[in-house]
Write a protein that binds this ligand. Sequence first.
Ligand SMILES: Nc1ncnc2c1ncn2[C@@H]1O[C@H](COP(=O)(O)OP(=O)(O)OP(=O)(O)O)[C@@H](O)[C@H]1O
Ligand SMILES: [Mg+2]
Length: 618
Amino acid sequence: MPAPVRFGIQARLMIGIALVASVLVSAIGWYWVRFEAREQSEALQHRQAQMAGLVARGFAGPVWNLDASAIDSLLDAVMADPEVQSIEIRSTGLKVPPMVRTRATPPVEPVVREFDIQHEGEVPGADSAPVARARLVYTREQVVERVARTRDFVAGLLAAVLLAVLVTSYVLVNKLICQPVVALGKMAQAVAGGDLGASVPVERTDELGVLAQQFNTMSAQLRDSSQDLRRSEERYRSLFENATEGIFQANGRGRLLGLNRRMASMLGFASPAQALGLATRLRRMVQLEGPEYKRIARALIRHRLLQQVPVLIATREGRQLWVELSAHIVPAADGQGLRIEGMLTDITQRRLAEQELTRHRDHLEELVAGRTQELTRAKQRAEEANQSKSRFLATMSHEFRTPLNAILGFSQLLQMDDSLGGTQQGKVRLIRDSGEHLLSLISDVLDMASIEAGKVRLQPAPLDLHALLDAVCDAVRLRAEQKLLRFGVDLDPELPYRLVADGQRVRQVLLNLLSNAVKFTDHGEVVLAVRVQAQQPGNTRLHFEVRDSGIGMDPIQMARLFQPFEQVSDEARRQGGTGLGLSISQQLVRLMDGQLRVQSEPGRGSVFSFELAFQTVS
Ligand SMILES: Nc1ncnc2c1ncn2[C@@H]1O[C@H](COP(=O)(O)OP(=O)(O)OP(=O)(O)O)[C@@H](O)[C@H]1O
Ligand SMILES: [Mg+2]
């Protein structure tokens, strides 16, 4: 609330103007009245002198002649002038009483004039002798009255002027100064009361108009800067409120000034307000032991900065919490004392993990020893299992093949027996075909098992590549021709003749791929192509490719292609196969440091290819 105005501008101005105007008006009035009094007085003396002249000339004759009646009428005539108070004629040389006329009323400030009355002699030019002495007294009554009237008039006039000056200046001061100042005051009060941006209408161009304009600008700037301040405050508040670290502020004596939500929740309070309501001292809030608190406080005072100091504190419910404390000291905003600003990071989990790690490190050797024992035992078990598997495979191989060979041998003998009829021959052929098929199935399964058991060892030996390829083609050609397919062989002219390879495995892979190509192709062709990829003395790198124009595969089918027992085509085509061929081929190619690849499109055929490096021999 502003202090009440005791002597306002208007009152002071009015008092000042009234004083100056009064002094001025009084001086003018005084001078005017004095001037008038002097004028009147001089005029009276002038009239008295004239009257004296008349008396001197008019009385000379009658006094000389002692004409009493004439003198009487002359005296009456003089007394007709209201300003004459009295007249006295005293004869000189004659003992006669003086002739006097005087008014009954007492004179006011009488003006006395005495003079001689002279009678002109008979002879012109002769000296005239005084015949009487006259005393003419004038009263100033009329002069005083006139001066008083003038004074009254002047006083009235000057009072009116003074009043006019006062009224005019009051109105002008009120309109030109007081009202704008009051409006500015109200606006300043509104701004002080929070209405930033309040303004007053600017109606004039004088100093107060300029002042109002400057007030408006100031108010708008205050509003703008307050908005900027609020926005920036909001940003910082959001940063403070939503920080994932606990943040607090305390005064130099450890009294809490504020904390954010994270810190409140970390310490088990529902909100910062609740935390501040229940504990105002930092030490009480984090439940630190006295000596520990003092140690930290001393370090903070000495260094003015603490960084990531691990501290064990307790929450409101008594739960222990490891935190990392970073704090610094800054001067308080009001310039008095100091303020502590700090940040707490909950490192309980990290601390537990570290402790766990330390424990583990301590027991690592024990653990390693234990695990090594376990591993040794497991390895023994695996080796034993592997050995029994190998034994089982060897037994199976022998046990299956021995009776099958007997079946195949005897069916071959029976086929040669001419005494059997056509129907019986057909049945014997069926027995032989089924037996052969079973034998190939068993050898596939055994192959797969041996590969998985790591039992397959390559047996590289010098061989004739062309002979090998011829044998492979011969084995497939017949079946291709039976299906009316064109069987093409596309060999690179640079193809070496002799090289070192496990011929049986290369043959097995090519046969698998070619028999698949024939099996899954109904029209068109099946081609085996072999190209030289790179040739160096003693070394060659060959690219094998088996392509067909058969049923092809989609990407989903191709993804399952190389898994054991996977047959991806439709039911009708799965007959007579186990789904092991490609799986075995892939494993064998890998064994020879190659990779079997496939490109295919449903309905447009497939291309299977792989590359192998060989030593060449001349
Ligand atoms: N050239 C090809 N064209 C289309 N599909 C093929 C071709 N080659 C293989 N496949 C698909 O891949 C599957 C797996 O082939 P894989 O050679 O492993 O088994 P299989 O030929 O069915 O049986 P097995 O070879 O054991 O007699 C086949 O069943 C077939 O669906
Ligand atoms: Mg196959």
